[in-house]
Design a protein around this ligand. Structure first.
Ligand code: RIB
Length: 296
C-alpha cells in the first residue's frame, strides 16, 4: 500500500459500512468566539472517537443554512449538530429530523421539535446580570438585545424584565434597544442610550460582542466605564477578560455545551431508540471591572 501510495476509497468504505465517520456542524456565525469555543470542544470530543467534523457557517442567512443542511444530508454524514439561524431556521432542523439523521440542537431551541438539545439557562443569566446591577444600586438599567427571533436573546431579556419586576422597578421600554449580537450594534445602541436626556446608569448587553461595542461607545462619548456607566455582557468569551476594562459578564458553559453535544450525539449513534435528551446548563455571573455603584 505504501509503495503504491494506495489510499482506501472512503466513499466505497462508507457505502459498505453505512457510516462516514463524519459529523456535520452548522453555526450561524463562525467568527463569533462563542461558537468557536463550542465547536472546538465538540471537535476535540468527536475526534477522540475517530469522527471528523465538517463545519458550515450559515452566517445568519437562511439560504446558506438551507444549502448546508441539504449538502450535509446528501453527503450522508453520520449526524448533525445544529445551531439555528433563528425561529425560521426550524424548518431545516425539521428536514434533518425527517431524514432520520441524528440531530443535536445547541444553544437555540426549536419549539415542538422533540430532539436532543443542549441549551444554556438564558433567562437565569439575564436575571443574574440585572440583579448584580440592582445590588450595586442601579435603578435605571438599559438593555441591548440580540436578534429578536432568537430564543437565547428573548430569554435573556425575560430574565432582565423579571429581575426589574421583582425589585418593583417599572420597565422603561425606551431604554431597551435592539441589537444583533455584533460589536457595531452594541456601539450604536449604547450611543443612543447614553445620549438620552435621562441616560441609564448601567447597561445589560445580551452578548459580549455587543457589550464591548457599548463600552467603546461610552468611551467615545467621553464617559468612563464603570465610573460613569456600568456594562454587563453575556457569554464570557476569552475576549471578556482581556477587554478594557475587563468585562463583567454571564458565563455560558461553551466548552461543556460542545463536549455534551458530542457525547449525546455519539450516544444517539449507538442507539437511535433512546428518548430525546434535553440538557439545560447553568449560567453564572462573573464580576470583573466594568461594573460599579452608580456615580452619584
Ligand atoms: O454571541 C453569540 C450569541 O449567539 C451567544 O450569546 C449565543 O448564545 C448565541 O445565541
Amino acid at each position: 500500500m505504501r509503495e503504491l501510495g494506495y489510499q482506501p476509497n472512503a466513499l466505497a468504505r462508507s457505502l459498505r459500512r453505512k457510516k462516514t465517520h463524519i459529523i456535520g456542524v452548522i453555526v450561524p456565525d463562525s467568527a463569533n468566539p462563542f461558537f468557536a469555543e463550542v465547536t472546538r470542544a465538540l471537535e476535540v470530543a468527536l475526534f477522540k472517537q475517530q469522527y471528523a467534523v465538517i463545519l458550515g457557517n450559515s452566517d445568519g442567512d437562511l439560504e446558506r443554512e438551507r444549502l448546508y443542511t441539504n449538502t450535509l444530508v446528501e453527503k450522508q454524514v453520520d449526524g448533525i449538530v445544529f445551531v439555528a439561524v433563528g425561529q425560521t431556521g426550524q424548518e431545516h432542523a425539521l428536514l434533518i429530523q425527517k431524514m432520520q439523521m441524528p440531530l443535536v440542537l445547541v444553544d437555540r431551541d426549536v419549539p415542538r421539535l422533540a430532539v436532543d438539545s443542549v441549551l444554556a439557562d438564558n433567562a437565569q443569566g439575564g436575571r443574574l446580570a440585572t440583579e448584580h446591577l440592582l445590588a450595586l444600586g442601579h435603578r435605571r438599567i438599559g438593555c441591548i438585545t440580540g436578534p429578536s427571533d432568537l430564543t437565547p436573546s428573548a430569554d435573556r431579556v425575560t430574565g432582565y424584565r423579571n429581575a426589574l419586576a421583582s425589585a418593583q422597578i417599572p420597565i422603561d421600554e425606551t431604554i431597551i434597544r435592539k441589537g444583533d449580537f455584533q460589536f457595531q450594534s452594541g456601539f450604536d445602541a449604547a450611543r443612543q442610550l447614553l445620549t438620552l436626556p435621562q441616560p441609564p446608569t448601567a447597561i445589560f448587553a445580551c452578548n459580549d460582542l455587543s457589550a464591548v461595542g457599548a463600552v467603546s461607545a461610552a468611551v467615545a462619548l467621553g464617559l468612563r466605564v464603570p465610573q460613569d456607566v456600568s456594562v454587563v455582557g453575556f457569554d464570557d468569551v476569552p475576549l471578556a477578560s482581556f477587554a478594557n476594562p475587563p468585562l463583567t459578564t454571564i458565563h455560558q458553559p461553551s466548552h461543556e455545551m460542545g463536549a455534551l453535544a458530542a457525547e449525546i450525539l455519539l450516544g444517539r449513534l449507538q442507539n437511535r431508540e433512546l428518548p430525546p435528551r434535553r440538557k439545560l446548563l447553568e449560567t453564572r455571573l462573573v464580576v470583573r471591572q466594568s461594573t460599579a455603584p452608580p456615580n452619584r
